[in-house]
Write a protein that binds this ligand. Sequence first.
Ligand code: TXA
Ligand code: MG
Length: 349
Amino acid sequence: MSRLDTKYWVVDKKDEKLTTNPQIQEAALWINKNEVVAFPTETVYGLGANALSDEAIAKIYEAKGRPSDNPLIVHIAKESQLQNLVKSIPESAEKLMAAFWPGPLTIIFESNSTVSSKVTAGLSTVAIRMPDHPVALALIEAAGVPVAAPSANLSGKPSPTNAEHVLHDLQGRIAGIVDGGPTGVGVESTVIDCTSTPAIILRPGGITREEIEAVIGPVAVDKALTEKGQAPKSPGMKYTHYAPKAPLVIVLGSNTFMQNLIDKERQSGKKVGVLATEESKQRYKADVIVACGYREDLKTVARDLYDSLRAFDKEMVDIIFSEGFPRTGLGEAIMNRLEKAAGGHIIKE
Ligand code: TXA
Ligand code: MG
């Protein structure tokens, strides 16, 4: 692809009049010209384009190097935009929207085919979410169209949680970046399919299963998330993802067990990285130790996860050992992303 002159707009998310902010207006103009613009959401940065235009959506896939069979999430700013895009709104979706929108929950509906068939990758369903970020909402509103947006990383890389990550991956490949500071949640939205009963969680994310079940009762979880050899219902979940350059191994066991693994690799001359937490970082001896939040507060682990993974690329380590996390609450999303980054490579004591 030809190299673009990527524009950079810095926006204060606390600005009271974001929709009329000149930077946002200019970014929205590029979306209306069917170009691709990165913007912050509360989860990760998104790579946005006009969801109604085949031409615009093709540019997202090209910029990311994304397989064309992996559909995109459509972002809206107001609930009134939803009716125009879907065949019907199931009761479970009504309840979830009331509880969690705007927020990190993506809902799958039957599509009425208004969005480009490239957005849905030819599926009869469409994924929709209303992000909880003032800059994202202002940009979508200013553009006046639903905005399709995958995470703004190169396909396979960890998702971007600040504008610098986006620049690193996509400078020269997209029309512009709206820098609204670091994101907060740090892992992507939960994806839930409300076209079946009970609803099915296809991707764990920022809204936990426990929070969802408190609103609509028991839900199913896509078997592919827990059983090997099952094809995922969410096309994107089958790809390797979030991967740093060096191989990553999840270690479930004591600190001594982990240290033995580290020592063995170092003895064979490898530069070893460790993904630990603030509580445990002192317990290891390795070449690079990254503390990823506080184990006591999984929100901080989720927030820092992708930045921590990217840090190992900068340090050029040969192998990374990561601690594991409990698979409850936000831990489900954290472990799902770590397992994808590790390509399923887990060592148990
Ligand atoms: O937090 C997020 O969701 C971020 C921000 C930017 O909003 N976006 C994001 O998009 O994570 P992406 O493209 O990286 O992941 C979208 C996921 C993929 O796993 C994709 O397969 C799934 O949603 N998906 C999209 N449309 C779908 C559909 N109709 N049926 C099943 N899965 C779908
Ligand atoms: Mg992604």
